[in-house]
Write a protein that binds this ligand. Structure first.
Ligand code: IMP
Ligand code: MG
Length: 183
């Protein structure tokens, strides 16, 4: 059944209100924990753009923001873990305290790859903030210091997350009823 945002049938998983409240809590926690750090938020594009925009407004600290564009190779819903960098950071991160801002950690392969890539650049510290985590699909465990929500093993869209580039503008998070076999 079509909806106003696209063709697929969607079921709401997290409402705008739930997301807003949790993002505020995360921002407050980060503000408390990372006071005194030389903090750079590294937003992983495209999926985290909306989360980053909301989260950073609740972090009451002097921060820098930078962006890294990534794309997993292949078209399957499950990533190969081989990540193509479509856009690199604009500044060096040596001696900086890095907070990676990611939309979702699914198998963990993308984040494990990114951690290796960023560690080589010798930041002072690296932490991970993910809005969503699907523990049922974990293949590599990565440390998630700040987590919004643990979700079931469903393909979700909205609030930055896409299905074939659609639904990123959905203000809430929903899952697709008939799970797509490919993205
Ligand atoms: P991982 O490498 O398996 O952890 O996958 C990470 C990336 O796959 C995420 O950053 C998303 O871009 C994408 N992804 C994983 N699960 C979903 C989903 O349910 N909806 C939309 N994108 C997803
Ligand atoms: Mg992503």
């Amino acid at each position: 059944m079509a909806n106003s945002w696209g063709e697929e049938k969607l079921t709401v998983l997290l409402t705008e209100e739930e997301i807003k409240n949790r993002v505020r809590e995360l921002g407050e926690e980060i503000t408390k924990d990372l006071k005194g750090c030389d903090l750079t938020l590294v937003s992983i594009l495209k999926g985290s753009f909306m989360f980053l925009a909301d989260l950073c407004r609740y972090i009451r600290l002097p921060i820098s923001v930078d962006f890294m564009g990534v794309r997993s190779y292949g078209k399957r819903t499950e990533t190969s873990g081989i990540v193509e960098i479509t856009q690199d950071l604009s500044s060096p991160i040596e001696d900086k305290d890095i907070l990676i801002v990611e939309d979702i950690i699914d198998t963990g392969l993308t984040m494990a790859y990114l951690l290796d890539l960023l560690r080589i650049r010798r930041p002072r510290s690296i932490r991970i903030c993910a809005l969503l985590h699907k523990p049922a699909r974990t293949r590599i465990t990565v440390p998630i210091h700040y987590l919004g929500f643990t979700i079931p093993d469903k393909f979700v869209v909205g609030y930055g997350l896409d299905f074939n580039e659609k639904y990123r503008n959905l203000p809430y998070i929903a899952y697709i009823e008939d799970e797509p076999a490919f993205i």
